[in-house]
Design a protein around this ligand. Structure first.
Ligand SMILES: *Cc1c(COP(=O)(O)O)cnc(C)c1O
Length: 410
């Protein structure tokens, strides 16, 4: 039986995370189920952005000595506990694509270029594979693809330098066993670069506890850093002195203001910096990461799963009647999203929902994604979103011509 409105309101009254919702500036009338693509705006982030704008006006170049220059390390240390890393193991900068390039270049260099193959996974967010391809072309390496559903062990031989894997798949929301896979890859003498785009801020991540040496992730999705907020890069403390990373720019130099003619990598994770970053976009992210310090990740995980289950429970009979496939993995193997497939009308259903203020997103082919962000979604929000979904589908509202038009960003 479908949950009642009274029963979900009772869940909200008992929710230990309920107070966080007021810390976000959400537009009136919107139920936001797309925090897995671009997180909502924390009130503190908005204020921090305005303060940095004024700091630029008032302090000019002095701002770089007032916290702008060391923001990558400072924010990295703030982020570290959220992903099971230690201080000095994370910096925040660039984007995931660039950071994967840096790590793959660094790993192959550290191995003395003795292993000429880089493996990426089919079905992952494409940029991870594109970057592996780009590096392979440049370095004369071979790019190999692990097909979706294939056994990793069959693709790991003594030629493989590194494999790039997502902890949580962006389409299906399926979560990999980070500790087991890391051990398996290390046993074969290769390295794994974990992509945490859909796990950082979505669930408790334990890089150190999983034996992980290298990871990247972004901060504009679940971590609510803002559009284009910088990504992060994690390198375990025992693996930070391996050599150069290929984007050997001046901010990663041991003495950037000595203006030496030759590059010398900075000690520690700082060598993974390249050049000047945008101080403006670090400010809202820092405010958001401070908010995250208050979050109990176990409570977050519990509510994330409960919200996803509520959405599925409200819609189970409808999905079955309409032939919409629910590909959401079992709870233990899930990230923080629910995924349905309707090949013919998935896109239009998502557009019709957006017109009603229920914002999810669409990925080819046929995939409707709904992200659950426990800090700013209530149980009632999710119940109302399911009600809209039911109305859109049962009334065939999605067949209207205006919902068939494709925009550039879906
Ligand atoms: C969102 C996402 C990215 C984004 O890469 P950028 O270079 O930061 O734009 C990369 N990988 C995965 C798995 C993602 O989900």
């Amino acid at each position: 039986m479908s949950p009642t409105l009274d029963s979900v309101r009772e869940l909200d009254r008992r929710d230990p995370l309920a107070d966080f919702k007021a810390r976000f500036a959400l537009p009136e009338g919107v139920i936001y189920l797309d925090g897995n693509s671009l997180g909502a705006q924390p009130v503190d982030a908005r204020e921090a952005l305005a303060a940095t704008r004024d700091q630029w006006r008032d302090e000019l170049i002095k701002g770089w000595n007032q916290g702008w220059f060391d923001a990558p390390e400072r924010l990295g240390d703030l982020l570290a506990p959220l992903i099971g890393a230690a201080a000095g193991e994370v910096i925040v900068n660039d984007n995931i694509s660039i950071n994967i390039f840096k790590l793959l270049g660094y790993i192959t260099e550290s191995q003395g270029r003795s292993r000429p193959v880089i493996l990426s996974e089919g079905g992952n967010f494409p940029t991870d594979g594109y970057i592996a391809q780009g590096l392979c072309r440049l370095a004369g390496f071979e790019h190999r693809v692990l097909p979706e559903g294939a056994e990793l062990a069959d693709y790991l031989d003594e030629r493989v330098a590194a494999v790039v894997l997502s902890q949580v798949n962006y389409r299906t929301g399926r979560q990999r066993d980070m500790a087991a896979i890391t051990a398996q890859v290390h046993e074969r003498g290769a390295e794994v670069v974990w992509d945490l785009a859909h796990s950082a801020g979505a669930l408790p991540v334990d890089l150190n506890g999983s034996g992980a040496r290298y990871a990247v992730g972004c901060t504009y999705k679940y971590l609510n850093g803002g559009p284009g907020a910088p990504a992060f890069i994690y390198v375990h403390k025992d693996h930070q002195e391996g050599g150069w990373q290929p984007l050997s720019g001046w901010h990663g130099h041991a003495a950037p203001f000595a203006f030496d003619g030759d590059y010398a990598p900075a000690p520690g994770v700082t060598r993974f910096r390249s050049g000047t970053h945008s101080a403006l976009i670090y400010a809202p992210l820092e405010a958001s990461l401070r908010l995250w310090q208050e979050v109990d990740m176990a409570a977050l995980r519990e509510k994330s799963l409960a919200l996803g289950e509520l959405f599925r429970d409200c819609l189970a009979d409808l999905l079955e009647a309409e032939g919409i496939e629910d590909i959401t993995p079992a709870q233990a193997e899930r990230g923080s999203q629910v995924a349905f497939i309707h090949r013919e009308h998935g896109y239009a259903i998502v557009q019709a929902l957006i017109a009603r203020g229920v914002i999810g997103d669409y990925r080819e082919p046929g995939l409707m994604r709904f992200g659950f962000t426990p800090l700013y979604l209530s149980y009632e929000d999710v119940w109302q979103a399911a009600r809209h979904f039911r109305e859109v589908v049962e009334s065939r509202e999605y067949l209207e011509a205006r919902f068939q038009v494709r925009s550039e960003v879906t």
